[in-house]
Design a protein around this ligand. Structure first.
Ligand SMILES: Cc1ncc(COP(=O)(O)O)c(C=O)c1O
Length: 366
């Protein structure tokens, strides 16, 4: 099938660009002596997780939530790290079975109550669960404070049914700082503190070997932290308007993920209506989709969500003429939640659709 024959709106992944992005991350990580643990929360496709793993240099895959991890396990994927703390008792109760089905499962925790519940469940099931301390990167979202992390790690290690295997510190609030220099400096200050905490924990508890974190925005800075063992990058392969708007310390990754949309009404001099509205492109204020031709953004073309659920407005320079049925490609606002709006990503090479990636983890927010 040809890309031009896809119904619209459709989500496509330019495979050449995705592979280039992946090769770039892989070689940066390899040069710094780090492993990859790509985050599946971005693409939500087990088949893409398998492609990333098959390319080498990976030690596992990340899932944001238990339901994502369960779907990855259904697809035969092992070595999954759940990067959000698992709190509800009915979720903790499912972990031993998931661990049985998917060897190498790891779970993050940030509260003594969770640790006690995890330890009880693990002891009752006869399976030892592998735990990472989630450390708060001074953002406040999840994690224990740096100062409390060593004691908390000791609590985890005190339970025979749990194995403390590492520490996670993911600085989500730094990833999109526009200036690379400011992002790099802020990130290094933070990650050096995290590294000191990791050294303390590791010297007291030798099984604590993993120090994981990092997103696409802080990757080039984090690679300078000697203690960091692996990077959890997700967006790098796909990219979006948010990430393409910030400076990158290693040169920008390429806009591999795109939405193909069609003009459905074109009765105005300088704008047209396309068939992708808020149901097809996640609304991220300040980071609208951008119209792409080839690999470059078209100057003077702007998308906005002002036409609502079903329709988008594309403003274009006067003199450009659009007609109903014309197709446009746009990079999306924010890749993760936009992918979550689709059942399939079409993997395209040039003009051809090479393969389909079912978005199997779609809706797995539990
Ligand atoms: C815990 C965690 N690790 C890694 C990532 C991947 O970050 P990015 O998509 O910026 O590469 C995310 C994304 O939100 C995350 O929440």
């Amino acid at each position: 099938m040809l890309k031009n024959e896809l119904d619209t709106p459709s989500l496509i992944l330019d495979l050449d660009l995705f592979e280039q992005n992946h090769r770039k991350v892989r070689s940066l990580a390899e040069a710094a002596g780090k492993k990859l643990r790509p985050h599946a929360k971005t693409h939500k496709c087990p088949d893409i997780a398998k492609l990333q793993s098959a390319s080498g240099g990976c030690v596992g895959v990340c899932a944001a939530k238990l339901s994502e991890a369960e779907k990855l396990a259904d697809a035969g994927i092992s070595d999954i790290l759940i990067t959000s703390p698992v709190a509800a008792p009915w979720k903790i109760a499912r972990l031993p079975e998931l661990d049985r089905r998917s060897p190498g499962l790891m779970i993050t925790a940030d509260h003594p109550d969770q640790v006690r519940a995890l330890a009880r469940t693990a002891a009752g099931s006869g399976r030892r669960l592998r735990i990472l301390v989630d450390v708060d990167p001074e953002m406040g979202r999840t994690g224990v404070a740096f100062s409390e992390a060593p004691e908390f790690a000791g609590l985890i290690a005190s339970y025979p049914s749990l194995e403390l295997v590492g520490m996670q510190c993911y600085a989500g609030h730094l990833q999109h700082i526009p200036s690379w220099d400011e992002r790099r400096k802020t990130d290094l200050r933070l990650m050096e503190k995290a590294a000191a905490v990791f050294r303390r924990i590791r010297s007291a508890i030798p099984s604590c070997r993993i120090f994981t974190g990092t997103g696409t925005g802080t990757l080039p800075a984090d690679l300078n932290i000697p203690e960091l063992t692996d990077v959890q990058v997700g967006s790098y392969g796909f990219m979006d308007s948010e990430y393409l708007a910030v400076e990158h310390g290693c040169g920008a990754f390429l806009p591999a993920l795109r939405i193909v949309t069609s003009v459905i009404s074109a009765n105005h001099r300088n704008f047209a209506t396309v068939d992708a509205g808020t149901k097809a492109v996640y609304v991220t204020p300040g980071a609208p989709p951008r119209v792409i031709r080839g690999n470059g953004f078209l100057p003077g073309w702007e998308y906005d969500w002002s036409f609502g659920d079903e329709h988008g407005r594309v403003v274009h320079p006067e003199g450009e003429v659009l007609r109903p049925g014309d197709r446009l490609e746009m990079c999306v606002s924010h890749c993760d939640p936009t992918i979550n709006l689709f059942d399939v990503i079409y993997g395209c090479r040039g003009d051809e659709v090479e393969r389909c990636f079912p978005v199997t983890l779609r809706g797995c927010c539990r």
